[in-house]
Structure formats: C-alpha cells, structure tokens
Write a protein that binds this ligand. Structure first.
Ligand code: ATR
Length: 275
C-alpha cells in the first residue's frame, strides 16, 4: 500500500477586510519553494468575532496566524503568552501555536528596521514618523530600539500623544513638518496616498531633500505619490513592499522554523499581476 501524503498544517491570516491580502500568496509560494507541508488561507474575522475565532484556532489545531487590522491590539489579551517585543509594542501580527499554547509575536517592526538598516545606520539619526496609527507603533519602536531620535508628526497631535509618551519621543503637528530638512529619515505611516487617493502625499515636494531616506509603508499602490516625489528629488526610497516582505519573512520563520526564501517571496508579491 502506498502511504498517503500527510495533510498539510494550516496557517491563517485573519483580519477584516482580508480578501485582498497578499500574505497567502507570499507564504504559500515560500512553503512550496522550501517543500514545507503547510498551507495558508485567509479568514475574514469581524472585530466582534475575534474571541470565537481564537477559540477555533485552539480547537482546530491551527499551526499559526498572521494577524492584520483591526485585530493587532485586541488579540493580545486572548493569547497565552506574548513575546517581550510584542508586549513592548502592544500589538501582535504573528501567532504561533506551540503544542496548543498560543504565543503572540510582532514582526512589523523588523519590516521597518531591516530595509532601513540596509541603507543607513540609525544610531543618533533624526527620524520623522508621519502618522500615529498602528503602523507608527512598529516604526517608532524599531527606530527607538536602535538609538534613533524620533519625532512623530501627526495631523491630530492629541492622537499621537499616548504613543509619544509611551516611547518618550517628540510629537508635533503634521502641518509643522516644514522643518524636515534636519531629519535623515522620513517614514510615512499615514494612510495619505493609499488607493483610491493615489494623487495625495503627506508632505510636499519642497520638503523632500536628496539626503533623505524616505520609507513608505503603503504597499497598495506599489508606487505612491510620495515615492514619485522622493525619486524625482533624488532621495533614497524604501517601499511598502520592502516592509511587507520583511515582516512576512520573519513571520514565515516563526511559523516554520526554516529560513525564509526571500527572493521567491519578493517575486510573488512584485508580480505586475498583483495589484
Ligand atoms: P493604521 O492603524 O493602519 O496605521 P490608522 O489608525 O487609520 O491606520 O492611522 C492613520 C494615520 O493616518 C493617523 O495618524 C491619521 O491621523 P489622525 O490621527 O489625525 O487621524 C493619519 N491620517 C489619515 N488621513 C490623513 C490625512 N488626510 N492627512 C493627514 N493624516 C492623515
């Protein structure tokens, strides 16, 4: 008798909305490349159903989760354990089931830090983080963790104050960002420029200098107005896809224990067919 192949371990990305997530494509391509018997699916989980979904993860013996908005903060108290970095950031984007014990991790900050550090040593550099939502949490943590001096610029200062206090960094109105010339790095974590408002940029062309390293965390569209302006001014640009790849590669490594095949993953998400 021929042995039937064992059924794959199941990973899921949960979020709402989640249908257009690139994570299943990227992870499934990596599993195939590395001959790992896993499969990743996507499950839309509305905010009010998160606790039920986590109970399901336990009872169905799901191997791991990728977790996106709006669950990254609220999932923390539903897990058995948080990795110290996830606890410090206060948000989880990766869950690993260790024989049924659900452990929460955060790899978003690596998605910011690794691409940045391949261009610039951040110690004592001035970093402007535009925005104060979920993506800003990971960006501020990443930069502070390696000794950068961070200022958060946000449209609504009051919304940024808790984040600034938590990490002991400066905060200023986005309208004050005219003095960006003194910064080495600018990270956009606002939603300005995201589809369908693809003609908008959180800062103007005149604020961008050639010495700037500009990191865009939006990955839909791949090429934002901010990146177009930054390229035309001769600045160094890092794209949302660079962040998406690195957070996903670290997530793959947590789920499987195997080094991520980054080129395969990059090719999968960079395809012109992926919008
Ligand atoms: P996420 O959690 O995905 O990062 P979010 O919580 O919606 O997204 O955060 C969006 C960020 O973009 C916020 O900092 C928001 O600023 P406010 O705190 O003032 O709302 C910022 N943002 C959204 N639309 C903006 C706009 N048109 N101009 C400037 N900032 C904007």
């Amino acid at each position: 008798m021929i042995d039937a192949p064992s059924s794959p371990s199941l990973c899921l990305i949960i979020g709402d909305p989640v249908a257009h997530s690139l994570s299943p494509r990227m992870h499934n391509a990596a599993y195939r490349e590395m001959h790992i018997n896993y499969v990743m699916g996507a499950a839309r989980v509305p905010e009010e159903s998160l606790a039920d979904a986590i109970a399901g993860v336990r009872s169905l013996n799901i191997r791991g989760l990728a977790c996106t908005m709006p669950h990254k903060v609220s999932i923390c108290h539903l897990l058995d354990e948080l990795d110290p970095v996830a606890r410090a950031i206060g948000a989880v984007n990766t869950v690993v089931s260790d024989n049924g014990k659900l452990i929460g991790f955060n790899t978003d900050w690596l998605g910011i830090l690794r691409p940045l550090e391949s261009h610039i040593n951040l110690r004592d550099k001035r970093v402007a983080v535009l925005g104060a939502g979920g993506a800003a949490l990971a960006a501020v943590y990443a930069c502070v963790s390696v000794g950068a001096s961070v200022t958060i610029f946000n449209r609504t200062v009051a919304n940024a104050t808790p984040l600034a206090k938590r990490f002991d960094v400066e905060v200023a109105p986005l309208s004050d960002s005219s003095e960006l010339a003194g910064f080495e790095v600018i990270i956009n974590t606002t939603s300005v420029g995201m589809s369908p408002n693809t003609c908008q940029s959180p800062i103007t062309e005149s604020q961008i200098r050639s010495h700037h390293v500009i990191f865009e965390t939006i990955y839909y569209p791949h090429q934002t107005q901010l990146l177009r302006l930054a390229t035309s001014k001769g600045a160094t640009v890092l794209r949302g896809l660079d962040m998406f790849l690195e957070q996903g590669a670290a997530q793959f490594e947590l789920h499987t224990g195997v080094k991520a095949p980054r080129e395969t993953m990059r090719n999968e998400i960079s395809s012109p067919l992926v919008t």
